[in-house]
Design a protein around this ligand. Structure first.
Ligand code: PRP
Ligand code: URA
Length: 209
C-alpha cells in the first residue's frame, strides 16, 4: 500500500482554508474546488511518461518533450465529485469522463449506488476518481470496486479533505490505489461528517440543503 499523498503546497493550504469557511459563497466554493483540483491534478500527473518531440521555434529547431500518449479518464463520484471535473479536464483535455452516482444512506452511512457510466475503452485508460470528501471511505471503496470490474490500467483516488477513518478503509480495501488529498482532518462525528471538514460538499457546491 503506498503512502497517501497529502498536499503541503502553500497555495493549496490557503485555498482549502477559504473553502472550509462557512461564510464562503457557493460561487466562490465552486471556484476554489476547481482551482484546488487543478493543483492536485498537477501532483497526480507527475509520473506521466514523456517522449522526445522535435519543435521548430521562431529561432531554432530543438528537441522538447511531450506526454507519451498515456490515456486518462476522470471519474467523479456524484454529486460532489462533479465540482472537480471542469478543472481536471481543462488540464488534460484528452481525458474521458465517466460518472458514478452514489449517495450515503442517512441512517446506515453506507453508499447506495444509483448510476454508473464509464468510458467504453476504460481498459486502455488510467483512471483518476474524483470526490472532494473521503469520510468513512464507503463511497470511494464502492466506486473503485465498480471501476475495477471494467479493468482499467490503474486507478488513483483524489479528494480534497480526508478523514483518517477513510484513508484506512480505502487503503485496506484497495491497497493498489494511490490516494491524493489536499488536507487530512482529525476525525468523524457521530453522523460520519468530517471534523473540522467543510460540511456537506454537495450542498455547498450546488446550494442545496
Ligand atoms: C459525500 C461525498 C462522498 C461521500 C463521502 O457524498 O461527496 O461521496 O459523502 O462519505 P463516505 O466516505 O462516508 O462514503 P453524499 O453521499 O453526501 O452525496 P452527494 O455528493 O450527492 O451530496
Ligand atoms: N460528505 C460530506 O459532504 N461531508 C462530510 O464531512 C462527510 C461526507
Amino acid at each position: 500500500m503506498s503512502k497517501p499523498f497529502i498536499a503541503d503546497h502553500p497555495l493549496i493550504q490557503h485555498k482549502v482554508s477559504i473553502l472550509r469557511d462557512k461564510n464562503t459563497s457557493s460561487k466562490q466554493f465552486r471556484e476554489l474546488i476547481r482551482e484546488i483540483t487543478q493543483l492536485m491534478v498537477y501532483e497526480a500527473t507527475r509520473d506521466l511518461p514523456l517522449r522526445d518531440a522535435v519543435v521548430e521555434t521562431p529561432m531554432a529547431v530543438m528537441t522538447g518533450k511531450k506526454i507519451a500518449g498515456r490515456k486518462l479518464a476522470f471519474v467523479p463520484i456524484l454529486r460532489a465529485g462533479l465540482g472537480m471535473v471542469d478543472g481536471a479536464v481543462e488540464l488534460v483535455p484528452s481525458a474521458r469522463v465517466g460518472h458514478i452516482g452514489l449517495y450515503r444512506d442517512e441512517e446506515t452511512f453506507k453508499p447506495v449506488e444509483y448510476y454508473c457510466k464509464l468510458p467504453g475503452d476504460i481498459h486502455e485508460r488510467e483512471v483518476i476518481v474524483l470526490d472532494p470528501m473521503l469520510a468513512t471511505g464507503g463511497s470511494a471503496v464502492d466506486a473503485i470496486s465498480q471501476i475495477k470490474l471494467r479493468g482499467p490500467k490503474s486507478i488513483k483516488f483524489m479528494c480534497i479533505i480526508a478523514a483518517p477513518e477513510g484513508l484506512k478503509a480505502l487503503g485496506e480495501a484497495h491497497p493498489d490505489v494511490q490516494i491524493y488529498c489536499a488536507a487530512l482532518d482529525d476525525h468523524l462525528n457521530e453522523k460520519c461528517y468530517i471534523v473540522p471538514g467543510l460540511g456537506d460538499a454537495g450542498d455547498r457546491i450546488f446550494g442545496t440543503k
